[in-house]
Each structure stands twice: as C-alpha cells, then as structure tokens.
Write a protein that binds this ligand. Structure first.
Ligand SMILES: [Zn+2]
Length: 469
C-alpha cells in the first residue's frame, strides 16, 4: 500500500461531503440508507458513522493497546492510520486519549483504520523531530493468514470467495500456529481476529513479543515458514532426507504437530489415533475427505511429483491406475500408503519422509510473512468493518474458529444497527440511553466481552509484574 504523508487536518476529504462531526447523531441515523443496510456487499458511509459513534468499542481497544488503566506511551505514542472514504490514506495519526481518538474517527469517518507501532515520540509530532529521534520501539507481534495462499489447495471456491468448508483450512492453520506460539515461544496473550472477509489476523501482546526487534521477528517468522516456493513449484517443503533405515529427525515442534506412524493413517480411525498429530488429522478430514483435493488430474499429478523419485517404477504404476479410472482422494492416498508400506526396507524411510512432507505442504499454516517481519507494519484494527462485506472484524476463541462461518458468524454493520434500533423501539419509555457501551444491546456483545476478558488478563499480568519488581 502506498504510504503518504498525512495532509493537514481535514485535507484529503472530498469537497462537498459534509464533515461528519457537523452532523448530529439523529441526522446521521436519518441519512442511513435503509436499502444499503440490506446489502451485505457494501457499507453505507452513514451506517458506518453510526457504527463508530455508537457501537465500536473504542475504550476496550484503547485499554488493550495501552495495557494499563492509566494512559501510557503505549497509546499516546502509537501510530494509527486511516483510509478515508475517498481512499486517501493518513498515516502517523496519534491521540492523547481514547475519546480524542473516537472523535477524530467520527470526524473523518474512515472506511477502515489500522494500528501501527509505539514510537519513541508521538507520531503526530514527528515532523518537528530529528529523524533519528523518531523510531518504532514496540509493537505487538502480528500474523496474517489469508485464503489467497490456499487457492492451490482448496477445490470448493476460488479467488475472493470463501465458504465454511475452505474456512476449515484457516481453522487448522490457526490451531497449529496458536500451539507453536504458546508451546514453543511461551506466549500467552494471543488474540485471533477475523479479517472480515477470508482470513484471520493474530496479535501477540506479551511484553516479550512487543519488544522483539525486526531481526528477531524475521528469525521467528522464518521458523514458522515451513512451506516455501512459488505456485508453479510442486515441492514446497524440504526438511531433509532420512538416512536409510532410521527415522529422520524433525524439530520437536513439527513432530508434535505431525505426529508419528504416517503409514497407518489410512482411514478415519487411523487419523484419530493419538499418535497422529493435528496435521495428519486435518489432512485426512479436510484435504482428502472434504476438499477431495486429488480428484482432478492436475492436482493428483502434483501429488505424484511429490513421491520419491528413486521409486519411479511404483510411481508410474500409480499414475496408470489413476488415469484409468476415477478414484477419490481417500482411495488415492490409500494407494500411496499401500505402495509405501510394501516398499523395500532401504526405501522405506524415504517414503515416510516424502509422505510427511506432503502432509505438511497441504496443512501447515501458510502465513503472509511480510506482515510479521517488521515492527512498523500496519494491521487493520480489531472491530473495524471490512469495506466489501460490511462484516465486523471480531475476535474469536481458538476453540470456536473451526465452527465459525465467514458468511454468518460475524455480524454486519447493517445487522447491528437494526438490532440497536429494535432495542430502542422496545425501550423507548425508559431513560435516555447513555450512548456508551451500546454494543451491549447487540450481537457484538459476546465479541467485546471476549476481547475485554483477554485484555483483563494482560492487565493482571502487567500489574503482577510491576509488583514483583
Ligand atoms: Zn470454499
């Protein structure tokens, strides 16, 4: 994305468009296009403004970023970036309080906003500072998993579309990355946020994660990049070969995710065995059964290309069999396992290594590494609205991600405003609403509460750490 210097306050907004701050709340609601509310594809600017004013939990977001009840540099020196309705992009915005932040969002009514690092000085003052005294100091460690990287695997959808079936690929990736971050790196404060269309973001807020410099981030990300290579390259996982007769040594983290005994993984019961890790289970359930990835010739040719080249005779036999009649992916994988199991002892470990690499290639998380490598990479804030779907980027529990449906589980702005209107119609005789925490009256409530619980844990730990020093 092009990085522009921010224009002076207010510039960059289309002329003729009223400044949103000039409108009263009732004006704003009156201008909401009821027809637009029923279309999920787009977000009416007035609906978005009403969402910012009444529903987006600014205070919760502030506390999460600030990591303290009293305001700190984690908020005041934090960069925010706005994408305005006319696509102008304002970087280096910063605020001295959460309500100032909210006021500015309501004034500019951006289509979305992003969160950047904590700098050595307030980002809005950077032009008055020497270049060397303005640098990023801290930033949550972030990850981005997007369906784009799964187009060569999924068979149910392509391009910008997504369904609950291919979402399962994302869910499997989340389970693995979450486990790696917790068990291998010891991080605790990990927040998963739906990106609003066809992906998911991860924010790690542990102090150790926030203080990682770019070199450390690169190293950490390199470690999670098991799958490498372009779309036209068949083999994307190369973890080394085995010495004949001995099992190759994989990093314990990969071994844990993958499990053992790959040759026995020939059916639902095999996949459920505790000795098979979550990747083998995902491979059986999602890749073979649900997506039936190796149904079409182009994709099973790729599978054949990944089998050991030093057993070409058997690979050719498989090719003849699969060309002769249509077989499901489960049947094809069973054919492969049978060949591998009957392979001579000297080739056995080569087969096992190849099969393990295949499972990894089809199930290990595919992350957009560039997002994670630099402290100053901006990432869309939780609770903003995806401009093309109208869906709110809601935080999700790892346990719920598998059952999440990208078409129905995250509320749209239109839906939330209708809920708010309904609530007000019912409660019209009661005292006037406070216009604070109105998300409580809508289906945004469980998501904000989940977010607040995660923040409360961060605060508790920060307080304990302060006490013990
Ligand atoms: Zn799909």
């Amino acid at each position: 994305m092009a990085l522009h210097d921010p224009p002076r306050s207010g510039a960059g907004i289309q002329s003729g468009v009223p400044l949103y701050s000039d409108l009263g709340l009732d004006d704003a609601l009156a201008m909401v296009d009821e027809n637009a509310l029923d279309r999920d594809e787009s977000v009416d600017p007035m609906a978005l403004l009403a969402y910012y004013r009444r529903l987006l939990p600014f205070r919760s977001l502030y506390t999460w970023l600030n990591q303290d009840l009293a305001i700190t540099r984690s908020f005041t020196h934090r960069e925010f970036a706005f994408t305005l309705q006319n696509e102008a992009y304002l970087r280096y915005q910063s605020f001295s309080s959460w309500d100032e932040w909210k006021r500015e969002v309501c004034r500019l009514n951006p289509s979305r906003f992003e969160i950047g690092p904590i700098y050595s000085a307030k980002p809005k003052d950077r032009k008055t500072l020497q270049k060397t005294s303005f640098r990023p100091l801290e930033r949550e460690l972030v990850f981005d998993i997007d369906m784009t990287d799964y187009d060569e695997i999924r068979t149910c959808c392509s391009d910008k579309s997504i369904c609950s079936r291919c979402w399962k690929l994302i869910a499997a990736a989340v389970e693995v990355l979450d486990m790696v971050l917790r068990e291998d790196f010891g991080f605790k404060h990990i927040l998963w946020v739906y990106s609003g269309r066809r992906g998911i973001h991860c924010w790690v807020s542990d102090p150790e994660a926030r203080s990682l410099n770019d070199e450390a981030r690169k190293a950490l990300v390199g470690w999670t990049e098991v799958i490498r290579g372009s779309a036209n390259q068949a083999k994307k996982v190369s973890l080394g070969s085995a010495t004949p007769g001995t099992q190759r040594t994989l990093h314990p983290s990969l071994r844990r995710a993958l499990g053992n005994d790959i040759l026995g993984n020939s059916g639902p019961r095999g996949a459920d065995s505790p000795s098979r890790g979550i990747l083998q289970k995902a491979f059986y359930e999602i890749i073979l059964c649900d997506q039936d990835v190796f149904r079409d010739s182009q994709r099973w040719e790729t599978l054949l290309a990944l089998l050991p080249t030093n057993d070409s005779e058997n690979v050719t036999k498989l090719q003849s069999r699969w060309s002769a009649s249509s077989r499901t992916s489960v049947a094809k994988w069973n054919d492969v396992l049978e060949v591998a199991s009957k392979s001579p002892e000297r080739l056995r470990t080569t087969w096992i290594a190849a099969l393990e690499d295949i499972v990894l290639q089809y199930t290990y998380p595919r992350i957009d590494a560039e997002v994670s490598k630099r402290q100053n990479h901006l990432l869309k804030s939780p609770f903003v609205v995806h401009p093309s779907t109208g869906r709110v980027c809601v935080p999700l529990d790892v346990e719920q991600i598998r059952d999440f449906d990208p078409h129905s589980s995250a509320p749209t702005v239109a839906q939330l405003l209708r809920e708010l209107n309904r609530h007000e119609a019912q409660a019209s005789s009661e005292a006037s609403p406070s216009h604070k925490g109105e998300w409580e009256k809508t289906s945004l409530k469980p998501f904000v509460e989940r977010f607040d619980r995660a923040t409360a844990q961060i605060l508790r730990e920060a307080r304990d750490a302060k006490r013990s020093t």
